[in-house]
Write a protein that binds this ligand. Structure first.
Ligand code: SF4
Length: 658
């Protein structure tokens, strides 16, 4: 029977543990903190940290409040950038890396050569502390190239350091070669103890084993180096977690086991692999060994059945068997009791478990943590929702669609929105649709629509804009408005603003103007005489210009038209009592009924010749006059006092009837 041995040095190193603890502490204090790049190269741990408020950011400009420098460290200029942005800085640079920064900073006249991967953040950070020239090489070939391309480099004096996780054997080998080219080179042994121990143990173990499993993140430089070291000695399988080991390497492992049943299997892990993942890999390897030992026919039968494997990161179907205030209890078809805590049920923190699931629901979940000894497993529905939500978000961005969601909380610099499908989205304050002097709290709990303006699937980061969705909706409403607009169309709109020449009325996203003369049939000097801001006004479209986006309205109703009333009651020849309303050089205007005035021409004021109207008539004076002409087309009335006087004279002169 095969035997499994786990390397003693496998798992988190001092620097990684310290960085995780510092970040968790900062997140507990600030709510959310940002790390400059993923804190470690392990997706499971990054997802867990994200849920605790530790969010990776590519650049310090994406962070708000507090930023954590990870164990890899950064160049000197990054500290200045962080200070300029006014961010609080938690420096989790590993002390072993800090020691190299000091060596680099004290280079003085000397050039600096870093033996390591020039594209790795740790190496870039180290080079960012050198006062003079610096370069990085990680192979004899790169060293040769450097001596040819940069002839003066290191000729005065040279300090040489190694990336903390560099391969010990390669470092020894490269030191010899560097000495040949740079006679004045000074070497600093900077490969960290944890790395050195891990590498020598991996080399020793892989020499004793027939197969090695190296557990580490795909981007973890120290894990990849471990895999290289092991692969030089025996067949080696590299995976990030148990799920990936089964998915990608099970057939290869089974093939090896079938040819050598008593093989010794070694497991080691990079500095960024948590202990529980190493344990799960150990458990799954035990199961694979057991499977291999079984009768092949029974194995085939088993494989054809849908068996539930429980390991972190695995997706399973769960049936809800109970729901209480703090969690949902689920059955995942194994001997484990399954629990989904309230915070793992939904991205919306305002929702209680019973708002999300009910007994009998069958839901998709991801395994978060397993405790085999106690027989329970913690799962997350939220992670599946987030994944599905993310797919919808990506599609919405591609198709420029709006996404429905709810504003769940106010955070520094904006609000968090949970999309209908479960994705968590950050909306900056400037994109929230809340006016600059408004309160973000006013939209908390509200159902909204947003546009996706940025997605980083890898980091699970989505930035949205409520404002853009609102603008799109308002543009659509406006387009429909102009399409359906026609002269004579009636609206009831709110008076939004007032000028001396008229008022602006909101017709539902578009404003129209009612000129002063169109507010009422009566003569008014200012709109405030008849309306106030906020009044509801019944208006009719008089004319419009879609290009200039202008709508002219009238609030006058035809049935109130005083001309209609006038024409019904009066005719030419009638004698009326009128009131003088204005005096002009050519005559006087007199009101016959409200809003209908007639002109008494200067020649029609008296029998005698009048040269100055104001000497005969005054505003407010009431006089009798005869309607001498009605121009229905032009709405004009001519009045005459003289005609009336002449009529009277004629009747006095006429002989009385016997
Ligand atoms: S590997 Fe060594 S240098 Fe790197 S973080 Fe861990 S302890 Fe620090």
């Amino acid at each position: 029977m095969a035997e499994i041995v786990v390397a003693k040095s496998a798992g988190f190193c001092y620097g990684v543990k310290r960085a995780i603890e510092l970040s968790r502490k900062a997140a507990a204090e600030h709510g959310t903190v940002y790390t400059l790049g993923p804190l470690i190269h392990n997706n499971d741990v990054i997802s867990e940290l994200r849920e605790q408020g530790v969010i990776p950011a590519d650049e310090p400009e994406q962070a708000r409040g507090c930023i954590v420098i990870r164990s890899h460290g950064v160049g000197r200029d990054m500290y200045d950038r962080i200070a300029e942005l006014g961010l609080e800085c938690v420096d989790a640079t590993c002390p072993f890396v800090e020691r190299i920064h000091r060596i680099a900073a004290e280079c003085g006249e000397s050039d600096l050569l870093v033996v390591g991967d020039g594209t790795h953040p740790e190496v870039k950070g180290i080079m960012g502390w050198a006062a003079g020239s610096s370069a990085a090489v990680d192979s004899p070939e790169e060293l040769e190239e450097l001596t040819v391309s940069h002839k003066t480099f290191g000729t005065k004096s040279l300090k040489v350091v190694a990336q903390t996780t560099f391969d010990m054997c390669k470092w020894t080998d490269l030191q010899k070669k560097i000495k040949k080219h740079y006679t004045k080179a000074e070497f600093f042994d900077t490969i960290c103890r944890a790395t050195a121990d891990r590498q020598s143990e991996a080399a020793e173990l892989s020499r004793q084993c027939g197969m090695m499993i190296v557990v580490g993140g795909a981007h973890s430089s120290n894990s990849k180096k471990l895999a290289d070291i092991c692969a030089a000695e025996c067949p080696t399988f590299f995976c990030e977690n148990a799920a990936q080991l089964v998915r990608e390497h099970k057939p290869g492992i089974l093939r090896l086991l079938s040819s050598s049943k008593d093989v010794k299997i070694g497991i080691t892990a990079g500095a960024s692999t948590p202990a529980y993942i190493i344990k799960e890999v150990h458990n799954i390897m035990s199961e694979i060994i057991k499977d291999e030992a079984m009768d092949p026919e029974f194995m085939a039968a088993l494989d054809s059945m849908e068996r539930v494997r429980v390991y972190t990161g695995n997706r399973v179907k769960a049936t809800v068997v109970a729901v209480n205030k703090t969690e949902a209890v689920v059955d995942i078809g194994t001997k484990h009791s399954g629990y989904i805590l309230a915070e793992d049920l939904s991205n919306d923190p305002t929702k209680a478990p019973e708002d999300v699931v009910k007994v009998g629901d069958v839901i998709d979940c991801v395994v978060k943590k397993i405790n085999d000894a106690e027989g329970y497993v913690y799962l997350s529905k939220k992670q599946v929702d987030t994944q599905q939500g993310m797919e919808r978000i990506v599609a919405a961005k591609e198709n420029n669609e709006s996404v429905e969601g709810t504003v769940t909380k106010v955070v520094k610099g904006g609000v968090m929105v949970t999309s209908k499908e479960g994705a968590s989205v950050f909306v900056p304050a400037s994109q929230s649709g809340v006016p600059r002097n408004g309160k973000l709290e006013d939209i908390q709990g509200k159902a909204i629509k947003f546009k996706v303006i940025e997605v980083n699937e890898g980091r699970g980061r989505v930035v949205g804009s409520i404002k853009a969705a609102e603008r799109e909706e308002s543009d659509a409403v406006k387009a429909k408005f102009w399409e359906e607009l026609e002269v004579g169309k009636k609206f009831v709109g709110e008076v939004k603003s007032m000028e001396s020449y008229g008022v602006f009325v909101d017709l539902g996203g578009v404003d129209g103007m009612v000129h002063l003369t169109e507010l009422t049939w009566n003569r008014v000097k200012h709109p405030k005489e008849v309306v106030s801001i906020g009044d509801k006004l019944e208006v009719t479209v008089k004319s419009f210009d879609p290009e200039k986006k202008r709508v002219s309205l009238t609030a006058k109703k035809p049935e109130d038209n005083p001309w209609t009333k006038f024409l019904a009651e009066f005719a030419e020849g009638d004698v009326v009592k009128v009131q003088i309303v204005s005096i002009t050089p050519f005559g006087a205007f007199a009101q016959i009924i409200p809003a209908v005035e007639g002109l008494i021409h200067i020649s029609q004021i008296a029998k005698e010749r009048v040269t100055d109207v104001s000497k005969v008539l005054s505003v407010g004076q009431i006089v009798d006059a005869k309607i001498t002409e009605i121009d229905e087309e032009k709405n004009r009335v001519s009045l005459s006092i003289k005609a009336l006087l002449e009529d009277e004279a004629d009747s006095e002169e006429a002989p009385a009837e016997e």
